[in-house]
Design a protein around this ligand. Structure first.
Ligand SMILES: Nc1ncnc2c1ncn2[C@@H]1O[C@H](COP(=O)(O)OP(=O)(O)OP(=O)(O)O)[C@@H](O)[C@H]1O
Ligand SMILES: [Mg+2]
Length: 324
């Protein structure tokens, strides 16, 4: 389960990771009150479980409590990639000298944990990884030995390394103690007050849910849908595109997502809207001719029969564009 930024922030605070003061508000008045209590500039941040909030206008640095109220008024109710903003996090604005990146994650391919760090924080880390892989330091973490924090902090300038190493150590403590599969800080900022985690993303390991006493807020739009599907015994994951995908068998659904995404990209449509593993039909193999005859005779207005999986993906992309 992904946490909201403010929940990640609270877990950081619990484990001694430096974070700015912060308060959650569900209305503009609450944002004003937080800003007025601290004085000075604040950051008003949309609380949605998706990335790229800044680019979508969901993160605003403002100088006064009046402006904080206005910013909250603008941001609350905003739609960011299909997620409606119900709350904002108001935090003290730090004076940022530099923005770094640091994360811990489960590296399934290597069957271990991995720490990543970069001086190029603040921006899209996938972009850094793709265009300048050298700017991203990767340190495997043996769960029994813990993290070699100095090796991770070696990614950062000499002047902040010792302090950053302490923060890295504490972030690993969060990862272990809270049963995480991802702990990401972007940016980890160097400020006159020291190293501060200004944005946090945490994914909790659902397999450890039984030993978790704290409850986290699942009330984001997509997770409500996912819970409803789970209650019905369906395996559903909300994605950002427009094309609904229903398949039987996780492997087949994954392949379908791939061909649909490729066909959508080619046609200029947005990709899959979801992953849904259910019992429906992809007809192939034994009795395929008979099956197709039955489908054709049913002549359902919403069912188009095509010959191959690629044809189906192209048809879906075409329909997505036609439906706008
Ligand atoms: N407390 C703060 N003080 C000063 N600047 C901040 C603070 N919090 C965020 N910022 C600035 O805003 C930028 C974007 O903030 P943040 O990383 O939280 O959102 P984002 O990266 O756009 O969202 P997401 O992580 O969802 O993609 C930061 O890189 C930083 O420059
Ligand atoms: Mg960020």
């Amino acid at each position: 389960m992904d946490l909201f930024e403010h929940e990640a922030r609270d877990l950081f605070e619990k484990h001694g990771v430096p974070v700015p003061r912060g308060r959650v508000a569900a209305d503009p008045g609450g944002a004003r009150a937080a800003a007025a209590a601290w004085g000075g500039p604040v950051v008003v941040k949309a609380q949605v479980k998706t990335g790229g909030r800044g680019k979508a206008g969901g993160v605003r640095v403002v100088p006064t409590a009046d402006d904080a109220e206005q910013a909250a008024d603008d941001i609350l109710g905003m739609d960011i990639k299909g997620h409606t903003v119900h709350r904002v996090l108001v935090t003290e604005a730090g004076e940022i000298a530099e923005e770094y990146y640091v994360s811990f994650l489960l590296d399934r391919a290597a069957r271990t944990f991995l720490a990543m760090a970069s001086v190029e924080g603040g921006t899209d880390i996938e972009e850094v990884a793709a265009s300048r892989p050298d700017a991203l330091v990767r340190v495997p973490v043996n769960p029994l030995d813990g993290v070699d924090a100095a090796s991770v902090a070696a990614a950062f300038p000499a002047g902040v390394r010792a302090e950053a190493a302490e923060v890295v150590e504490k972030l690993w403590a969060v990862f272990v103690a809270e049963d995480c599969t991802l702990v990401e800080v972007n940016p980890l900022a160097s400020t006159p007050a020291g190293i501060v985690a200004l944005d946090g993303k945490i994914t909790l390991d659902d397999n450890a849910a039984f030993r978790r006493s704290a409850s986290f807020d699942e009330a984001s739009g997509s997770e409500a849908l996912e819970r409803e599907a789970r209650a019905k015994g369906l395996n559903y994951v909300k994605l950002d595109g427009d094309i609904g995908v229903i398949g039987n068998g996780a492997g087949l659904v994954m392949s379908t997502l791939d061909v649909v995404a490729a066909a959508a990209a080619e046609a200029g449509a947005r990709g899959p809207a979801n992953f849904l593993d259910i019992g429906v039909v992809r007809l192939d193999g034994n009795n395929v001719t008979e099956g197709r005859r039955i489908l054709a005779e049913a002549a359902h207005p919403l069912v188009t029969v095509v010959a191959t999986m690629d044809d189906a993906a192209r048809e879906a992309a075409k329909l997505a564009i036609a439906e706008g």
